[in-house]
Write a new protein. Sequence first.
Length: 317
Amino acid sequence: MRIGILLPTRGMEVMDGGPPDPGLLLALAELTESAGLDSVWVGDSLTAKPRLDPLTTLAAVATRTQRVRLGTAVLLPSLRPPVVLAHVIGSVDYLSQGRLVLGMGVGGAFTEEMRREWVAAGVPTSQRGARLEETIHILRDLWTGNEVAYEGRHFQFDPVAVRPLPPNGSVPLLTACHSHTGSERQLRRAARLGDGFISITASPEEFGVVKDTVWSYAEEEGRDPSGFQSVFYMTVNIAADPAKASEEANGFLLRYYGVNHWGDKWGPFGRPEAVARRMQEYAAAGADTVVVRFASFRFLDQLETFVREVVPLLSDS
């Protein structure tokens, strides 16, 4: 199991005390790397959940780290023109020397703030999934280095090439798959277009079912899923007192979202042993990477506690 840490580009925006501190954000990334962990990740939103731009942030992190993978959990490609997106992705991957991995999703539209976000970007909410799929096709075509013309339902352009290209020839694209949506299209999209999948708010058992289904669909598509990645994004709060951990976590999530959409789907909140055990359960269910978000405004304290008290439990297992 590889361990990733979500950088709080949204959490820092909604905490009291002014705008986000870039020094703290970069320090969290540096600590993640110095602790020997695998990766740092950032989320995405335009107006519904304001935060730092994900790809700009990862470009900054790339200049302060040498080894950790740089991921999005998750990027919303449909908010952006695909040729522009291909150029930005290629630039960030070049600056990081090929460390980028992109979790991608359709994005939500189940609150008024989310719906206004799509309107502001000029994207009808009904087109989010189709635009994501066309964008993936366009990215992969442009990353061949050839001139590409495209005539799709949502995007059309004459022959064009973009530079720089990803140093490794491509960037891993992991599409979002959530067991609670019941969407077969998500699962088939990952199998047909992705290099794996990223999931959230699923139990370990549900995560395992999603993985088995995506792998099965990939084989139906004539693809070998043995090289696919499977990532789970979990939210924790570490404290000796579970009641205090839950209180702090729930307060953070309410400030973060405005409403706690997923209720008890998050967690665990409490002792390091509980966090380590839950992470091991996801690994046993097939997660090769677990991305940890801390439901706390004490970002550095939580990360230091995680490195000191949770990581050794995982290493000893």
